[in-house]
Design a protein around this ligand. Structure first.
Ligand code: FAD
Length: 277
């Protein structure tokens, strides 16, 4: 006898979509951009009811065998865009991304309408310089933050830092910064405020090395021609691989900085770009 878990899904009439669990909805893929064999981004439709704050993440996924397979994804599009955008890894054999990397225009993805996350402005105390430290897809939440005019109203200087293994992996972050600088309205707000520092670890490039090392040695700030990291009004958001996050957190704590949360704003906030299994 079959138990409930092994019963086949009942057939639906042609053209009928299976109802989703409450809170989930389908969005249609509008465009896809593959950068490397490991990274791609894509845009979908956005329900008018879908609200989020720059820097938040949401659960998204695909329906497999009639059930949604969901993972956390930072939203990279701006709060004012009429589409949603995501920047994704392709994990070999990964339950979701081995399928997600094959989406085509017109496909449906499932989106949970309840964004959340710690990388929001209200979790930071007021400051002058905002540092955004990312590795790989950890740049995703910073794309929406850099696309938000409020970022440039709130801080005097914004330093966006992306670290990758290879130069080609920087492309998404570099495109976001270029688009902001060339944007009709944001471009003016960002002029003289937005600095971008891209560094790679496994290929020759004009900036090389790991973010924690470049901060600790002051090489990054020397390259940028700005005061060393650690001024009392420096604020930090970071998202990326667990090693970078734990090293930077330890460095910040030795310098007396406190981690912020929704209850108590601090000098820095952290989001994992993925969970190690
Ligand atoms: C708060 C949060 C936000 C996230 N935002 C994003 C995002 O914007 N873009 C994105 O691609 N992923 C993001 N992730 C990771 C995402 O949820 C999935 O893990 C990822 O899509 C892979 O799914 P999977 O089912 O193919 O493999 P999983 O079984 O989920 O992961 C398998 C393994 O792949 C590795 N891995 C997973 N994700 C990544 C990654 N992004 N970079 C490097 N290695 C990874 C880890 O070692 C993990 O153990 C986020 C995770 C969290 C917790």
């Amino acid at each position: 006898m079959l138990d409930d878990a092994t019963l086949p899904e009942p057939a639906l009439a042609a053209g009928t979509e299976r109802p989703l669990a409450p809170g989930l909805r389908r969005e249609r893929v509008l465009s896809i951009n593959h950068y490397t064999d490991k990274l791609f981004s894509f845009r979908t439709t956005r329900a008018p009811s879908m609200r989020f704050q720059s820097g938040q993440f949401v659960m998204i996924g695909l329906e497999t065998d009639g059930r949604p397979l969901l993972r956390a994804y930072s939203i990279t599009s701006a709060v004012y865009d009429d589409h949603l955008e995501f920047f994704s890894i392709k994990v070999p054999g990964g339950p979701l991304t081995s399928r997600l990397q094959n989406i085509t225009v017109g496909d449906s993805i499932v989106v949970n309408g309840k964004p959340t996350g710690t990388l929001v402005m209200s979790n930071l105390k007021p400051g002058k310089r905002l540092w955004l430290f990312a590795t790989g897809t950890g740049f995703a939440p910073f794309a929406s933050i850099l696309r938000d005019p409020e970022t440039y109203d709130t801080f005097e200087t914004i330093i966006a830092v992306e670290g990758c293994r290879d130069v080609a992996e920087l492309q998404f972050a570099t495109n976001v910064v270029t688009d902001v600088r060339q944007h009709e309205y944001l471009g003016e707000a960002a002029t003289g405020k937005l600095l971008y520092y891209a560094t790679v670890t496994r290929e020759p490039y004009h900036h090389q090395g790991r973010i924690p090392d470049l901060i600790a040695s002051n090489a990054m700030t020397t390259d940028l021609g700005i005061a060393p990291f650690g001024a009392p009004d420096d604020r930090v958001m970071m998202c990326g691989n667990p090693h970078m996050l734990s090293e930077l957190k330890a460095l910040f704590q030795t310098r007396g900085l406190n981690e912020g949360s929704s209850g108590e704003p601090g000098e820095f906030v952290i989001e994992k770009a993925f969970v190690e299994k």
